[in-house]
Design a protein. Structure first.
Lengths: 299, 255
């Protein structure tokens, strides 16, 4: 398989996790500009585990993901008491705080005569697990997609469950949901924790693919993009944000002839969709229409 | 069953509800009528805990629920519909009913899988019955937002019933309905009463109010100006002056 293609596909897979993370919060009606923070926390935590503590990859990834989810819950407890625009601003502020902390975060140990570990704004080099263990780019890509498939299955189960209905109810009319006996704040904290977990999986995968993370990658543009993916692809199904990622990374960023116009095309796309399809291409109505068609054909 | 005792709600200097005493008895349909701005909807919102009460007391089945928040009132057995339809339009008709029902008492009875996926056999049966009642069984999988206006009104009523309340607060359920639909609604409400439901009906459509209620209270400027059977109310000079108008228009439409 062509190296460039493998690289692009791996990228699409990793970014899909943060897009799904932002999507989950859009479902419960909150706009977070800060999901990149949990992506970053897991990238550092899992990198530290494998490169410095000598852990295996899977426990390292699980650790990074758990730290990201825990951070999300801790952030959620105070911030989800504020709603709407104020929540968005709080997430943005939190994400920038996390980035600035990593700019000064130094924690290095000597391994084989070399200093390894996060070194402030110079970043965290030599997260070399997949090289040292002879995992090829294609194998790693398959690992990414295996995890993505598992997360997607979880999303589809969620959509079929009462929890998924409750999330959407809260997203549409939190006051009415509250009147029906739903503890809106508790469910939102749960959603934020799950979203942190999903972003965390992506962050851990990212650190090990690039072998090198630096704080400036996790700036607010990553958060803005991950929000936009769901709004482009649609909020009716977990496939929505994936479509958004595929359009942006797979098409606009990766085809060299047009990559220079990426931000222009991307911004235009978002603007047009916000006017004509404010809840994305695959919004709830479109998804329900497709679902009913499919069922009729099978019946 | 429900007793309001000197209930008042002031918004700044406006006395939306002012010293209201009411008693709704078990098994009756109690009408609450009055001109726009007379405090009917505010009363409903006070009873189910949406607005905090300024002064006075609300007792429901002997229990003081004056300060209870909405979900506590719901758990106590008071369900409502809204003057402006409020449904979860992005969710299917079935989901709207299922979650409303599951929010209530038997949540601990059914197991994890039943509770979170698909519902127990009994829960599903109850949802089916409500779909029939609302006349939307064929559209169970459609999004609630895609239903017609009349269907949405019926679904809202069914959703309130899904919580298995003992008291139903209906805030202008006939608003925007045509004559035929009002007739059907009247039959539905009468059937609910026959099944033992207690209903507090806020309504402008006199055809419905006069045709189905057992007793009526009339509000004006937040105060009760009359109370009695539909017949007594129709012949009350104070009510005619404040609300119903001349006798020949008393039977028809919006006053």
């Amino acid at each position: 398989m062509d190296d460039h293609l493998v690289g692009v596909l791996s990228n699409i897979g990793m970014i899909s996790f943060i897009a799904l993370s932002a999507y989950l919060l859009l479902i419960v009606g909150e706009i977070s500009f800060g999901q990149q923070a949990f992506f970053a926390i897991s990238a550092y935590a899992s990198g530290i585990a494998t490169a410095m503590w000598g852990w295996d990859f899977w426990p390292g990834l699980a650790w990074g993901t758990a730290v990201a989810a825990a951070a999300a819950v801790l952030v959620g407890i105070p911030t989800l008491r504020i709603r709407g625009l104020y929540f968005s601003i709080a997430t943005l502020a939190f994400a920038e705080m996390v980035r600035l902390v990593f700019e000064v975060f130094k924690y290095q140990v000597e391994i084989d005569g070399e200093m390894v570990g996060p070194d402030g704004s110079d970043g965290f080099r030599d997260i070399r697990y997949i090289f040292e263990n002879d995992i090829t780019a294609v194998e790693y890509m398959l690992m990414i997609y295996g995890l993505l498939a598992a997360v997607l299955c979880a999303f589809f189960l969620l959509e079929r469950s009462r929890l998924g209905s409750i999330f959407r109810m809260i997203g549409q009319d939190p006051v009415l949901a509250e009147m029906q006996g739903i503890d809106v704040t508790a469910y939102k904290i749960l959603a934020l924790g799950l979203a942190g977990l999903v972003a965390g999986i992506g962050g851990g995968l990212y650190a090990h693919l690039t072998t090198f993370v630096e704080p400036k990658i996790f700036n607010v543009m990553l958060g803005v993009h991950s929000l936009a993916y769901g709004l482009i692809g649609g909020l009716g199904t977990a496939f929505g944000p994936l479509i958004g990622v595929a359009i942006d990374i797979g098409f606009l960023e990766s085809i060299r002839a047009i990559s220079g116009y990426r931000m222009i095309a991307f911004g235009g796309l978002v603007a047009v969709l916000l006017i004509f399809r404010p809840r994305g291409l695959l919004d709830e109505a479109a998804v329900n229409w497709i679902r009913l068609r499919l069922r009729r054909r099978h019946a | 069953m429900l007793a309001l005792d000197g209930l008042s709600k002031h918004f700044g200097g406006v006395r939306a509800v002012d010293g209201l005493d009411l008693e709704v008895r078990q098994g009756e349909i109690f009408g609450l009528i009055g001109p726009n701005g007379s405090g009917k909807s505010t009363t409903v919102n006070l009873i189910c805990g949406v607005f905090p009460v300024t002064t006075g007391e609300i007792r429901f089945e002997g229990r003081n629920i004056t300060r209870a928040p909405p979900h506590v009132c719901l758990a106590a057995g008071i369900a409502r519909t809204f003057q402006n339809i409020r449904l979860f339009g992005h969710l299917s008709v079935w989901q709207n009913l299922w979650v409303a029902q599951n929010a209530m008492a038997d949540r601990k009875a059914s197991g994890f899988l039943n509770r979170w996926f698909g519902g127990s056999a009994r829960a599903r049966q109850e949802v089916e019955a409500l779909l029939e009642f609302a006349g939307v069984a064929a559209k169970a999988d459609d999004l609630a937002g895609n239903l017609s206006f009349g269907e949405q009104r019926r679904l809202e009523l069914a959703r309130a019933l899904a919580a298995k309340p003992s008291l139903l607060l209906l805030d202008e359920p006939a608003a925007g309905m045509n004559v035929e639909e009002v007739g059907q609604l009247r039959e539905r409400l009468a059937k609910l009463r026959d099944d033992g439901m207690t209903i507090l009906l806020v309504e402008h459509v006199m055809e419905l109010v006069m045709g189905v209620t057992d007793r009526i209270a009339v509000l004006n400027f937040g105060q009760k100006i009359a109370e009695g059977t539909p017949e007594e109310i129709q012949n009350d000079p104070l009510v005619r002056e404040a609300y119903l108008g001349a006798p020949q228009s008393a039977g028809g439409g919006n006053a």
